[in-house]
Design a binder for this molecule. Structure first.
Ligand SMILES: Cc1ncc(COP(=O)(O)O)c(C=O)c1O
Length: 372
């Protein structure tokens, strides 16, 4: 039998996705329509309608190969964000761009820095590719320990430094001054700023810093505010010298016509984005107010994203017990101890979603509290 290049490919920890409605319906007998799916940070308003029209129109191109560098989409992204097309790389989701970056900018055995907890793909891909994750723990209230991060950059030979803004799983927003400090301290290391959820912060993010810092790449996705998680499209923006090796390492025709057309149309669907962000901001306030009435659970304050952390405050419960009790009641969230390295049994992550789903979550938590 063929042997793998690295044994961790056989034994390594797989990604743990959020559960589907169908799985919960099958196991717990809750009707699919009555399930609150709050574990995958998807758009509660669904896809951009403009994207759907463009995807349907692009079906007519299916017999033709697409541009191998996703040129039409790169041009659309460049026009939208005021950069040049050769400063853009596209992937089937941001996740694919993350894999190119790890392979292109760190060799086997090289160190990759990240906060803990973080988006698990950073360390899962790093380990699967034989690279070595180095962690800086977030603070007790999930604050960014920037001094410790800068210290790690200076004291270890780091090749890639991942940042997520707003942070996942806490939703905390990093200040621009701290991002600048980290880019300055990084030197020759590549700073990867993952802005998958930036729309929900109602800030512009870090794209403007790419011109200033040649060691910075900013990543964005079409899966969240644009509502296209099932389409698979994401991108990175950096200096052309950073982008070119990523084109060369990626599978040649990684973006199909429908992905490119849907994503490009979504970029200009400002109304859909506005409605999405308005709903998330309103519901973030609503769920905070509903959670404040509970004593067995606490919302970790300060999320600027479309999810937040729930801390279990009652010793008779832990995150896995709460996760199961919520599933029985048709509410899917994430058990922090399973989904995020570095979170213990006291944390779960829930999405911010529609009012009906925020009520389902708050009602279910209240019922669990009352049953103690
Ligand atoms: C922080 C972060 N980055 C990136 C992604 C993935 O984005 P994509 O769907 O574009 O691969 C996610 C998905 O949940 C995420 O949480």
């Amino acid at each position: 039998m063929a042997s793998v290049s690295n044994p961790i490919l056989v034994t390594g920890e797989p990604y743990t996705p959020g559960l589907t409605r169908e799985a919960v319906c099958e196991t717990y007998g809750v009707l699919v329509d009555e399930i609150a799916k709050l574990g995958s940070a998807e758009n509660p308003l669904g896809p951009s309608p403009k994207a759907l029209i463009a995807i349907a129109a692009a079906m007519g191109l299916t017999e033709q190969y697409p541009s191998w560098t996703a040129e039409p989409l790169r041009k659309a992204i460049a026009a939208r964000y005021d950069v040049a097309p050769d400063e853009v790389v596209c992937g089937t989701g941001e996740t694919e761009v993350i894999s190119f970056i790890i392979r292109a900018y760190a060799g086997v055995g090289d160190k990759i820095l990240m906060y803990r907890p973080c988006f698990p793909i950073y360390h899962l891909f790093a380990e699967n590719e034989g690279r070595v994750p180095v962690y800086v723990d977030m603070g007790r209230e999930m604050d960014f320990r920037v001094d410790a991060y800068v210290e790690a950059l200076k004291s270890e030979p780091i090749r890639i430094a991942f940042l997520t803004n707003p942070h996942s799983p806490s939703g905390k927003l990093m200040a621009e001054a701290d991002i600048r400090r980290i880019c300055e301290a990084a030197g020759d290391a590549l700073v990867v700023m993952d802005e998958a959820y930036i729309h929900f912060t109602e800030t512009e993010g870090s794209l403007h810093l790419v011109k200033e810092f040649p060691n910075l790449i900013v990543l964005r996705t079409f899966s969240k505010a644009f509502g296209l998680a099932g389409l698979r499209a994401g991108f990175g923006i950096a200096a052309p010298e950073i982008i070119r090796p990523l084109w060369n390492i990626k599978p040649t025709w990684n973006m199909g016509h429908m992905q490119m057309a849907g994503a490009a149309a979504a970029l200009t669907d400002h109304e859909h984005i506005r409605r999405t962000v308005d709903l998330i901001v309103e519901m973030r306030g609503y769920i905070a107010q509903r959670m404040s009435g509970l004593t067995a659970f606490r919302m970790v304050p300060g999320s600027r994203s479309n999810f937040f952390l729930i801390e279990v405050m009652d010793d008779r419960l832990d995150s896995t017990i709460v996760f199961e009790k919520l599933l029985e009641r048709g509410v899917i969230i994430k058990d922090g101890s399973v989904s995020f390295r570095g979170l213990d049994k006291r944390f779960l992550r829930s999405d911010v979603g529609s009012k009906v789903n925020m009520d389902r979550l708050a009602d279910a938590l209240a019922a669990i509290e009352q049953s103690l």
